[in-house]
Design a protein around this ligand. Structure first.
Ligand code: NAD
Length: 321
């Protein structure tokens, strides 16, 4: 069995590797070669922790396994990351444990890759202004990965606490782009590509804010009750997702569905656009919305890629198990 510790991941996995792995597994999901198992998430009644599993099987890549992890709010006081996760991969032919891989950085990379994949396939080709809503830990990963996908000329951003926007400004500056802190109406008018990455439980970006010719990647809503954009905006957009079942139950589409504003059949899998079985954006003036809920197969795909890299570079730890 192979172990790839958390501290090795940053030296092994690039944004491009993560993008390639996530693009491929989204395609496998849409073709029916890969599927996610039901998600388990529990408040364990200890240390205020939320703990669970995301798992699945990709027959095309022969990736079988799970990500185990969750959120421990008291970790910061102990000098640890609040989000903790580990990926376990199993041999699809024998069921033997194949690898244990640190999952913290991989989660950030695979989540950033998902919105980047959506931008590649759905954003207007001529997109110039990237609008960011949210400036927490995950936001800089989303921003860096998005900048790879179009010739953006400017980054604009909004955050509940504007003093944290320097995190986005630093990434924009590093990429040689100007950054401007803006109000939501300006963000919705000016940005032709928008990423939302917050922990909000109420809509931030409203239908009236967005003028059109826009791609919106909603990445923060991964739990029942969370919401980043209003249901009317979802209903106005052409909607795509990683997985329809998650989108309507715990993703951004949960609210438009329960309000009766959209039907499940109107939500397309991004993998169908990748596979060419869905045309994607119909005109440059449309609004496309990607509901990136985060699926276990993404975790397995990036973990498997990192195991290959670790073996090839001689940094994998092999143990008899
Ligand atoms: P973080 O705690 O570092 O940052 C939270 C962000 O949300 C900050 O910008 C904060 O200002 C904003 N926010 C919090 N409450 C808000 C409110 N009421 N209104 C507006 N903004 C609010 O978290 P993070 O690591 O950056 O993650 C952000 C979100 O992304 C979380 O909800 C997390 O669960 C989610 N996430 C999703 C995936 C996925 O695959 N879809 C993966 C990882 C994280």
């Amino acid at each position: 069995m192979i172990i790839v510790p958390e501290h090795e991941i940053s030296g092994l996995m690039t944004r491009q590797d993560s993008f390639d792995a996530v693009e491929k597994v989204f395609a496998s999901m849409a073709s029916g070669a890969a599927y996610n198992f039901p998600v388990i998430r529990e408040a364990i009644g200890h240390a205020d922790a939320l703990y669970g599993f995301k798992s699945g099987f990709d027959r095309a890549g022969l990736n079988l396994g799970l990500k185990s992890g969750g959120y421990w709010p008291g970790n910061a006081d102990k000098g640890l990351t609040n989000h903790q996760s580990t990926v376990f991969l199993f041999d699809a032919d024998t069921g033997k444990c194949r690898a244990i891989v640190g999952g913290n950085l991989l989660t950030a990379l695979r989540t950033a890759a998902a919105s980047a994949v959506s931008i590649k396939y759905l954003a207007p080709k001529s997109a110039k202004v990237l609008g960011m809503i949210g400036a927490g830990h995950q936001s800089s990963f989303q921003l860096r990965a998005a900048l790879d996908q179009r010739a953006f000329e400017k980054v604009i951003g909004w955050n509940l606490h504007p003093e944290h926007l320097s995190r986005l400004e630093d990434v924009a500056t590093e990429a040689g782009l100007p950054f401007e802190a803006v109000e939501l109406d300006q963000l919705g008018q000016e940005a032709d590509t928008i990423i939302t990455i917050t922990s909000s439980f109420a809509p931030i970006l409203k239908n009236a804010h967005v003028t059109g010719g826009t791609h919106i990647a909603c990445m923060g809503t991964d739990t029942v009750g969370k919401q980043e954009v209003d249901a009317e905006l979802v209903a106005r957009a052409q909607v795509f997702t990683d997985e329809v079942a998650q989108s309507i139950s715990l993703g951004e589409c949960q609210h438009a569905m329960s309000a009766g504003l959209i039907r499940q059949e109107q939500i397309a899998q991004i993998g169908d656009v990748i596979n060419g079985t869905h045309t994607g954006r119909t005109s440059e003036n449309d609004i496309t919305l990607f509901d990136g809920t985060g699926v276990g197969l993404q975790d397995l795909a990036v973990a498997s890629a990192v195991v290959e890299l670790a073996v090839a570079r001689g940094v994998a730890i092999e143990v008899d198990f």
